[in-house]
Write a protein of this length. Structure first.
Length: 169
């Protein structure tokens, strides 16, 4: 979710061969316009190269085990309990549970989107609408809050450095 911060309902709906497909050794996530919030625009993004090995492992080894003896499905994300497509609620709950176990913080799917916007604001602040483009926001004001937050964080860090410098004198 950090590498492709789409909405959890769109993650849940990914289907192999249509909304999740391989093109020239690169996996693509394609969200049809009708499935985007506000039906603004179709979303398409390639997955990061460093994920290819994990994707191949999941598709070739883990996913078939999860499906077990259930009927074949094109659903990308399969529940280990049912062998069927995850529901949006269950996938969101699982993501929160895994992040809590892994890093000690419950990171909901939506917080991945928030983190992406704030990260873009901090590291690409000179491109003020990049977060809107990455997240598929039609209203640029949504990303503005993240740029303001990033600006505040940067100001706090600079202030702390000044205080530290003053203390050392």
């Amino acid at each position: 979710m950090a590498a492709a911060p789409i909405r959890v309902k769109n993650y849940t709906a990914l289907d192999i061969g249509t909304s999740f497909k391989e093109v020239d050794d690169t996996w693509w996530i394609i969200v049809p316009r009708r499935d985007t919030k506000n039906e603004w625009r179709r979303g398409a993004s390639s997955t990061a190269d460093y994920l290819n090995t994990a994707i191949d492992l999941y598709l070739k080894q883990s996913r078939p085990i999860l499906i077990g003896k259930q009927a074949p499905t094109t659903a990308l994300w399969i529940s280990s309990r049912t062998g069927q497509r995850f529901t949006t609620k269950n996938l969101g709950t699982l993501i929160s549970k895994i992040t809590l176990q892994t890093i000690g913080v419950d990171v909901s799917p939506h917080l991945f989107r928030t983190a992406a916007a704030t990260t873009l604001a901090v590291y690409a602040g000179d491109k003020p609408h990049l977060a809107s483009a990455v997240l598929g926001h039609s209203d640029k004001r949504v990303a503005d809050d993240h740029y303001k937050r990033a600006s505040t964080v940067q100001a706090a860090l600079q202030y702390a450095a000044i205080v530290q410098q003053m203390r050392s004198k």
